[in-house]
Design a protein around this ligand. Sequence first.
Ligand code: ADP
Ligand code: MG
Length: 326
Amino acid sequence: MSIQDVAGSEALTYFAFTAPGNPRQADRPARSAQPLPDVLSGRYRIERLLGVGGMGAVYRGCDLLRKQLGDPHPYVALKTLSESFLDYADAHALLHSEFALTSRLHHSHVIRLFGFEIDPVSERPFIIMELLTGCTLDDLLLRYPQGLPWLKARDLSLALLLALRYIHSQGVIHGDIKPSNLMLGNQGIRLFDFGLGHAKENSLAGLPQLSRERFAAWTPRYAAPEVFNGSPLSTATDLYSAACVIYELCHGQPPYPQVDTKQVEAISAQPTRPSDMPQRVWKVLKQGLALDPGKRLQTVDALLSAVEAQSRLAALTSWLNRSGRN
Ligand SMILES: Nc1ncnc2c1ncn2[C@@H]1O[C@H](COP(=O)(O)OP(=O)(O)O)[C@@H](O)[C@H]1O
Ligand SMILES: [Mg+2]
């Protein structure tokens, strides 16, 4: 396996292609020759870079057609593949698979996609999607190095777990849950970047099938340990990553900060309860953080119930306080 380290940090995604020798198919020309044009497909003007991930870059764009027709908010986000990915035979299919998968999902905490195109001049594939405003949770964590107050962390956790329960109910595994793939802004909280996602067989009919044997990727800080050993992604691997995110939101640090979970044997210290996290939530979160997949919760349900119960309790308490004052 040739490992392409496109990230270089344990919070970024690592991609591994099983490609002996040249990753490019012998009968296909290189596609990276053309620079990114200013206007994609004659319609989407690139305005500025919004963010870069392991696989590509996302730009703020203006839909010139909508603008011409008088739409007061013709702005979109455009996701393209990074140059280094364009050479891989599966690259276009990879971005299209992200589009095909995500565009079948409809939930208030999941990103909305509008379209997929290939720019005819540069031959670059790109996704057109809703423009998210606000900040990613990793940026938010920079402002709260000791962790967010529980009530804020609780609301973010609830949104993440609701999104996860929904996508799992559709047979979809996200595969790369981490703070930089969640955005908090005017639109509320959205889970995005389904680039490593996949649908279980017999769910979401008509999706393109990518060979996962040729391609594997993970983010060391958030990936469940069994993923490093080649186990398939599952609801339990997504749950592990979500539990890591929730822990970090509350504590400011990941649950296993010293080493990445690839070195499970080296991990002796167990994470301790973030100080203001309710015991009932911690009891369940701990089971989501189990390094041994045999001892881990398999679905998000129990953790979602525990967090939801806290939310309802808080709403009830605040109602009681208000009615007591009246
Ligand atoms: N729809 C969007 N609106 C605004 N910013 C976005 C949007 N999608 C992604 N971004 C920004 O771009 C970064 C990389 O996008 P992402 O889809 O995660 O790419 P990758 O698959 O390369 O990780 C994100 O962390 C975020 O900062
Ligand atoms: Mg990402």
